[in-house]
Design a protein around this ligand. Structure first.
Ligand SMILES: C[S@@+](CC[C@H](N)C(=O)[O-])C[C@H]1O[C@@H](n2cnc3c(N)ncnc32)[C@H](O)[C@@H]1O
Length: 430
């Protein structure tokens, strides 16, 4: 795949010249009375937009803008303190503006940052995490947030959801449910790009599909699972993922980490963060992607997960590995951690199971107040929190801090290059 086009630079290469924004990629503007604006783009927002300020001081969010760009922009939404605008023309590109690799960039909602050089994306993600923790969580950070980059900025994704309409695979348009058909997707791992091309040629049934990459096994000789989620009988056999020295099974539609290039780094960081000891409580454990690699560090582990199929897979993976000291439970964390006996951390835990460490990896909604309140009750001496949403991460860490926990370290992992998403990992001590 060539990423070079005249007038732009590809990721990691020299400065670009004046770039005309793809006017075909912009969504139809809603007319406003605001005049067009010449703006200097300052930095990137959590949603991926560039941030600038209008001459009257109002903050302006501009999708597709890069820091350092000078742009001409049309206002699409005007509020008292805030404007949203779209690029009419990039008058002077910023130092990190590059040529996007994908023909669907700007229309497809999957990637918002292909026009930004990868090192600048990583820097912006550290700033997003840092800002969220300070502004939402009210936290003083123990040091600068360091983000571990993905070893590859493209061809990294081991899992993707597709929307098929009119028998054409695609994704959802940015900020909308509309379908946009694609011919290729350069963030997919190479075997999944091939699978996507084959799916396109097969004119598949309409609905939601999933492409996933795992280990080669009897049902997935190439390690690729192509699943019609509306018809799980179609391709629905569990997929094997390698988790360091272990293997876990991911059921059809079940959660799986999506950047195999960072699996080892993530497991290593979490292993170091939890340390070792007698008793570990793991919340939101999924199919055991972290549980199995952590098993050698603790004498007893209780793993809690609401998805019964994932728990069954965790149990069978542990049994296959000869591990007997993991107790996996199907439960909602909120009810699992409901107040229990005095001196016992949670009513549902085995008697005398007082965890020294709690590791949790919730979905985007985060832990929420009921769970953070419970985690502030007397109990473990260390919390390790892996999060895929900086805003809920910051909110929860703020509650935990108010409840007596001290933030010891925060790190980031860039599981999703070309998007503003960033995974945060925090360690808290009493
Ligand atoms: C981000 S995933 C992490 C899974 C696992 N740690 C992994 O890496 O594969 C979050 C998991 O939390 C589970 N989950 C969501 N809400 C839950 C709840 N209220 N209680 C327990 N588990 C929940 C989901 O089914 C999912 O497996």
């Amino acid at each position: 795949m060539s990423r070079w086009e005249p007038g732009g630079k590809r990721q990691g290469q020299g400065r670009s010249r004046r770039v005309r924004h793809r006017s075909d990629v912009a969504r139809k503007p809603t007319p406003t009375r605001e005049p067009d604006l010449a703006l200097d783009v300052e930095r990137l927002a959590n949603d991926g937009s560039g941030i600038a300020h209008a001459a009257d001081g109002r903050i302006v969010f501009v999708p597709g803008a890069a820091p350092g760009d000078r742009i001409l922009a049309r206002v699409t939404e005007a509020r008292r303190t805030l404007l949203r605008a779209e690029i009419i023309e990039v008058l002077e590109p910023g130092p990190d503006r590059v040529q996007p690799a994908c023909a669907a960039f700007g229309r497809c909602g999957g990637c918002a940052w292909q026009h930004i050089d990868y090192p600048a994306q990583v820097e912006a993600k550290a700033a997003i995490l840092d800002n969220a923790l300070e502004r939402i969580g009210g936290l003083d950070l123990p040091g600068p947030v360091v983000v571990t980059p993905s070893p590859e900025p493209y061809e990294y994704r081991g899992r993707a959801r597709l929307l098929v309409q009119g028998h054409r695979p695609g994704y959802r348009r940015a900020a909308s449910d509309d379908h946009i058909a694609v011919e290729d997707c350069p963030v997919l791992a190479a075997p999944l790009r091939t699978a996507l091309r084959q799916l396109i040629a097969a004119r598949p049934a309409n609905g939601e599909w999933e492409l996933a990459l795992g280990e080669a096994d009897a049902t997935h000789p190439e390690g690729v699972r192509v699943l019609h989620l509306d018809d799980p009988e179609h391709g629905g056999a569990p997929l094997t993922l390698r988790a360091r020295d272990h293997q876990v099974q991911i059921a059809a539609g079940g959660f799986a980490q999506a950047n195999p290039l960072l699996f080892d780094a993530l497991i290593e960081a979490i292993s170091n963060a939890v340390g070792s000891g007698e008793r570990l409580l793991e919340l939101y454990a999924g199919a055991g992607f972290f549980t199995l690699p952590l098993a050698s560090r603790f004498q007893q582990i209780v793993a809690v997960e609401s998805d019964a199929a994932a728990v069954a897979n965790l149990q069978s993976a542990a049994a296959a590995a000869g591990i007997e000291h993991i107790e996996a439970k199907v439960a909602d964390v909120e009810s699992f951690l409901a107040p229990g006996q005095p001196g016992q951390y949670a009513a549902s835990l085995p008697s005398r199971f007082t965890p020294e460490v709690v590791f949790m990896d919730p979905p985007r909604a985060g832990l929420g107040h009921a769970v953070t309140t419970r985690l502030c009750a007397p109990g473990p001496g260390r919390l390790v929190y892996l999060s895929c949403d900086p805003a809920t991460f910051a909110r929860d860490l703020g509650h935990l801090h108010e409840g007596g926990w001290r933030l010891q370290s925060v790190a980031g992992f860039d599981l999703f290059p070309q998007t503003p998403h960033i995974e945060g990992l925090a360690v808290l001590v009493r």
